[in-house]
Design a protein around this ligand. Structure first.
Ligand SMILES: Nc1ncnc2c1ncn2[C@@H]1O[C@H](COP(=O)(O)OP(=O)(O)OP(=O)(O)O)[C@@H](O)[C@H]1O
Ligand SMILES: [Mg+2]
Length: 193
């Protein structure tokens, strides 16, 4: 697997021209100050934002799992239905146990996603990620909102993950235990820091 990025991000480039490559098995942490374009980079890789210039090349046989930094839930879907929509072949028991494994209680599981706390919503989103086969994870600040135990469980899961990871994270005490490489995005920013 390989990815090459040549990106000018946003209307005026957020970064100097850069070429980044990610190889199979890499676990890369992206760090750097707020607003320098880390989320924009991940969204560009996902094709959610068209790059102003340049290309993103994804290798063959890539199956990406993406965790967004911010996600607003507005509809009235319960956690059970949220997971069931994604995995229709699951039995109700399998849906409930998948959510429980991600640290959600029966009360949470039966609640609407939109009424849950930030950390509980993150657990629902992580539940989707871990149950869908993937070989690349793009994770945008997945530890935001998580408590100590949930962070530890996530760290262990990411260490054991067999695929590649691109992880945006502001917490060295989290990413240094996972990352094989750390890219400080401040090295290619056009912003005055
Ligand atoms: N839709 C948009 N329209 C205009 N500007 C945007 C848009 N999205 C992001 N930006 C701007 O682009 C810059 C980069 O934003 P981005 O979300 O990629 O930063 P980030 O590095 O992920 O920051 P953080 O660490 O706070 O998550 C910011 O200055 C932001 O205000
Ligand atoms: Mg961001």
């Amino acid at each position: 697997m390989g990815m090459v990025w040549y990106l000018y991000l946003s209307e005026s480039p957020l970064s100097k021209p850069i070429t980044l490559e990610m190889e199979r098995g890499d676990k890369i942490a992206l760090t750097g100050a707020n607003g320098i374009g880390k989320t924009t980079l991940l969204k560009s890789i996902m094709g959610l934002i068209p790059p102003l210039s340049g290309t993103i090349e994804l290798g063959d046989y890539i199956s990406i799992g993406y965790f967004e930094q911010e996600k607003q839930y507005e509809n009235t879907v319960t956690c059970i239905d949220e997971i069931w929509q994604e995995f229709p072949s699951f039995t109700q028991y399998e849906v409930r146990s998948a959510l429980a494994k991600c640290g959600l209680t029966t009360k949470h599981i039966e609640s609407m996603v939109k009424v849950l706390s930030g950390g509980e919503q993150a657990k629902v989103r992580l539940c989707k990620l871990v149950n869908r086969p993937s070989n690349v994870l793009l994770l945008d600040e997945p530890t935001n909102h998580l408590d100590v135990d949930a962070k530890e469980a996530l760290k262990t899961a990411l260490q054991a993950y067999k695929g590649s990871i691109l992880l945006i994270c502001h917490e060295p005490e989290f990413y240094t235990h996972i990352a094989t490489k750390v890219f400080d995005c401040e090295q290619w920013t056009t912003k005055q820091l």
